[in-house]
Write a protein that binds this ligand. Structure first.
Ligand code: SF4
Length: 419
């Protein structure tokens, strides 16, 4: 597959994997958009299946989102990424990039004008000596090689008088070929975003769930008012799902959390908007205090400051392999063995007496419905029932428990305050 993204890959993929792929791509694009150097990300390796799936799925999201700012962000970031990848190609890679594109173009029934021009360019770039020239010795204003294309497919070059025009045919010199490839990439992406309709997908709860998540994530980064500060966590915890509220209350009471739960809780706080410096402040304040009561965690901030700082920065993708960790979904929390921790999903692990402090304001009828769902092992549905009764107006919530996460709970609850 080529990172020009002419055609989407075919096949099946579990939705949770699709979610991971597009969240990783979005994070990656934010890095590229911000001008920062790229870090290794297994979901955005150029030309891979994940890379292709991520690109095309985000195209769908941009089309369905109908948000000018988001679509401009996506266009600019994808374009910047394409430029970086193109600049890094060796002559050998440039040849195989061109050959792959030519194989794809051959399968087209009707070839659009800009793809016809791409075909002409690739037919030249697949030649060994031409690729070597373009990737190593070609300098500004070099005209050793030229291609002839319809002038309509290179209007920006025509406007800047960077090509020779004869009878509607433009001659593009080799020193402009990489620039021209970027132009064609941009044109191809714009065509896709402007001329593709996905009306039927609007009734697909899986796609709409992903779209809602992207909207939340994108807003979180752009909107500085959504930054969660360490000092505000207590009041914000009103909208935490019971699992995270339980961890928060345990931490405040004992000033310690078991290793795995500290990891889950930190990622949750990160994903609802806590920046790294606030996370350091938050954990420092708790781990400076003496542990209250017995606890398996023997760390203190004084003794283990370096470890803590590294661990937190690592979680934010700033240390080590620079992987961007994201918080886990309910299914994962519910399937984890919590024998040595604070409890995981309370709907699964807690009895009524332990549940009661976490489900404040829950009426008797709702409580009995929750118990009924719990008895059928429908823990996520029980949680959603609670969320709707406390935080969400009946019309404002997607009822699908599909791939539900504590972050989704928080996003929905904090945006739909009725109490
Ligand atoms: Fe947390 Fe999910 Fe359990 Fe709700 S269902 S308490 S969000 S793990």
């Amino acid at each position: 597959m080529s990172f020009f993204y002419l055609t989407p890959v075919k096949g099946e993929l579990p939705i949770h994997l699709l979610e991971i792929i597009i969240n990783n791509r979005l994070e990656h694009l934010k890095t590229v958009f911000g001008g920062a150097p790229e870090t290794y990300n297994e979901y955005v390796i150029e030309g891979s299946v994940y890379d292709n799936v991520g690109h095309f799925t985000l195209c769908i999201m941009v089309i369905l989102c109908v948000n000018r700012e988001f679509s401009q962000f996506f266009m600019k970031a994808e374009l910047e990424q394409f430029k970086r990848r193109l600049a890094a190609l060796s002559a050998y890679e440039m040849r195989s990039f061109s050959k792959k594109l030519l194989r794809t173009i051959k399968k087209y029934e009707n070839v659009p004008t800009h793809v016809q021009s791409l075909e002409v360019l690739c037919q030249h770039l697949m030649l060994k000596e031409v690729a070597q020239h373009v990737c190593s010795t070609c300098v500004n204003n070099c005209t050793v090689h030229k291609i002839s294309v319809n002038f309509k497919s290179c209007l920006p070059l025509v406007a800047r008088r960077q090509v020779e025009l004869r009878n509607g045919i433009a001659e593009i010199p080799c020193s402009r070929w990489k620039q021209y490839l970027v132009m064609l990439f941009s044109q191809n992406l714009k065509n896709r975003l402007n001329n593709t309709g996905f009306e039927t997908l609007k009734s697909d709860p899986r796609i709409m769930g992903l779209l809602a998540e992207i909207r939340n994530n994108y807003t979180l980064v752009e909107d500085k008012t959504n930054v969660l500060k360490s000092k505000d966590v207590d009041k914000t915890s009103l909208y935490f799902p019971p699992c995270m509220l339980n961890l928060h209350q345990s931490l405040r009471k004992k000033h310690r959390l078991s290793h795995s739960q500290r990891f889950y809780y930190s990622l949750f706080l990160k994903d609802i908007g806590m920046p790294v410096e606030e996370a350091i402040e938050f954990w420092r304040a708790e781990y400076r205090l003496h542990p209250n009561g017995s606890h398996s965690c023997c760390h203190t901030w004084e003794k283990d400051e370096k470890k803590f700082l590294y661990g937190i920065r690592h979680m934010y993708g700033l240390e080590g392999c620079r992987k961007n960790y994201t918080s886990v979904n309910c299914q994962r929390i519910q399937s984890t063995d919590n024998a040595c921790s604070e409890g995981g999903c309370p709907f699964k692990s807690f009895d009524s007496s332990k549940m009661a402090p976490l489900l404040q304001g829950c009426t008797e009828p709702v409580m009995s419905k929750i118990n009924e769902l719990k008895s059928k092992n429908m823990y996520t549905s029980a949680c959603m029932m609670y969320m709707q009764s406390c935080h969400v107006e009946s019309t404002g919530c997607d009822n699908s428990s599909f791939n539900f996460t504590p972050v989704k709970y928080y996003m929905t609850a904090s945006k739909n305050i009725v109490n």
